[in-house]
Ligand binder design. Structure first.
Ligand SMILES: Cc1ncc(COP(=O)(O)O)c(C=O)c1O
Length: 450
């Protein structure tokens, strides 16, 4: 009898029978055909080849493109990360200077280092110090006027807390300046299937990287790159092949196609039907005095600021487990839940019971403005330098070789190549989550590079 420790551990986890408010979007429901794992085939004459797709996989990509309203859609089995790598690489063909809303995921930071992008940062603005906030079209306008050589603007929307950026407004500014708008829509694939289509491609983004697996019923790793105009898709496959494995997973790709058929055959209605259910839960949380992100938000993302009910730190996850809830994420102040139609009534009943046990005072901390650190080296030079782990107590003034992103608010306090200043250190120490050390450029190397 084979005994696999990982298999046993996952079985143990399932036995706990928590309500899954985390990815993947299928929530372990019986959704896929039973024999999916038997279809773990390879690229054969009749199964097409992902990076030279001209048969059944190309057809699938065309069905996905029509589902998302894109001119061209590319399948990724390497998650949204591979779609982000491709998107940034395509956009940087015209020039390496790219405008980034600072709340970017590590996958984009790493890509910027890998392909030598020169970032220009804009800080999201928030009135609530416990969430990320959003960048505005006005900020983009200012940055593009100051840097006429910027070729693309990169925005993460929705963010982890469910806040949506004004994509239509940002797109208008970008297009007026002849700049591409790229959206990390890792958390928002389902936005195309709500009562109001809030998908970035529908709102004017030129490209969007979408982690299908996070909010749609797709196996983990399944994602797409949506490109609005076929014009910008030239060379996209070859670009994705630079980063992707030559052995794409057929179970993942089949799960994407299965999901596509489900949505086209009416499954999209399940997403719209979930909106009132989640609205009611958000109203309950508000009535309990729990602060939630304000303004335009993902209707299906639940984010509860439990710190205002005295529930903070490690106690958050124990509290969730006591009510049978496994959330996507607890950051010490907020509990974030990903909901999909594959959650059951029992899941939502448990969540409501948990919320009723919390009593908040409705207040949030005020945001503390954070100064942009000095950029000493390019991200690429910093990441590819000789580096060393430095205790946080000794990292002041050093040049980071990695990003550090304390949550909340989910905005990196330092990026590779930036000098670590006192405020960044104190935020890392306060959040504790980034550990006791940070990877820095070795002093000697950095002096040489300067
Ligand atoms: C905002 C954001 N972008 C990109 C990614 C990367 O997505 P994936 O894990 O599908 O590669 C994540 C993953 O959590 C994310 O949160």
């Amino acid at each position: 009898m084979i005994e696999s420790p990982l298999y046993l551990q996952l079985q143990q986890h399932r036995k706990k029978d928590f309500s899954p408010f985390h990815t993947p979007g299928h929530k372990g429901a019986v959704f896929f055909p039973d024999d999916l794992w038997r279809l773990d085939l390879t690229e054969l004459p009749d199964t097409d080849a992902l990076f030279e797709a001209n048969g059944i996989l190309r057809d699938c990509e065309e069905r996905l493109a029509s589902l998302f309203g894109a001119g061209r859609t590319l399948i990724s089995c390497g998650g949204c990360t591979l779609a982000i790598q491709t998107m940034l690489c395509l956009a940087s063909r015209k020039g390496k200077k790219i405008l980034f809303a600072r709340n970017i995921h590590r996958s984009a930071v790493n890509t910027a280092a890998l392909i030598g992008i020169e970032p220009v940062w804009i800080m999201p603005q928030s009135e609530q110090g416990c969430f990320t906030g959003r960048i505005t079209p006005g900020q983009v306008e200012t940055a593009l006027s100051e840097h006429p050589d910027i070729t693309a603007c990169y925005v993460t929307s929705p963010d982890y807390y469910g806040e949506l950026t004004d994509i239509a407004g940002v797109a208008e500014v970008c297009h007026r300046h002849d700049v591409l708008l790229l959206v990390d829509n890792a958390h928002g694939s389902h936005l195309a299937f709500l009562s109001q289509n809030k998908h970035p491609i529908a709102l004017g983004a030129d490209m969007s990287a979408c982690s299908l697996h996070k909010t749609l019923p797709v196996l983990t790793g399944g994602a797409v790159l949506n490109i609005r105009s076929a014009f910008h898709a030239a060379g996209a496959k070859e670009t994705m092949a630079l980063f992707g494995s030559t052995s794409p997973s057929y179970p993942i790709m089949t799960s994407i196609d299965w999901c596509c058929s489900y949505l086209r055959q009416g499954g999209f209605r399940d997403y719209a039907a979930l909106e009132p259910v989640i609205r009611e839960i958000k109203e309950l949380a508000a009535a309990q005095g729990l602060v939630q992100p304000q303004g335009d938000c993902d209707p299906l993302r639940i984010c509860l600021h439990t710190a205002c009910a005295g529930l903070t730190g490690d106690r958050q996850i124990t509290f969730c487990h006591d009510y049978g809830i496994e959330p996507e994420f607890c950051d010490g102040e907020n509990i974030v839940c990903i909901t999909t139609p594959f959650n059951t009534k029992r899941d939502f009943d448990r969540l409501k019971t948990m919320i009723r046990a919390l009593s908040g005072n409705g207040t949030v901390p005020h945001p503390h403005p954070f100064p942009l650190p000095e950029q000493v080296l390019s991200p690429r030079a910093a990441v590819f330098s000789e580096t060393e782990e430095v205790p946080l107590s000794k990292a002041g003034g050093r040049i980071a070789a990695d990003s550090a992103c304390p949550c909340p608010p989910g905005i990196p306090v330092v990026m590779p190549g930036e000098r670590i200043h006192r405020e960044a250190l104190s935020r890392m120490l306060r959040n504790g989550g980034t550990g006791e050390t940070i990877r820095c450029v070795k002093l000697r190397t950095c002096e040489t590079k300067n």
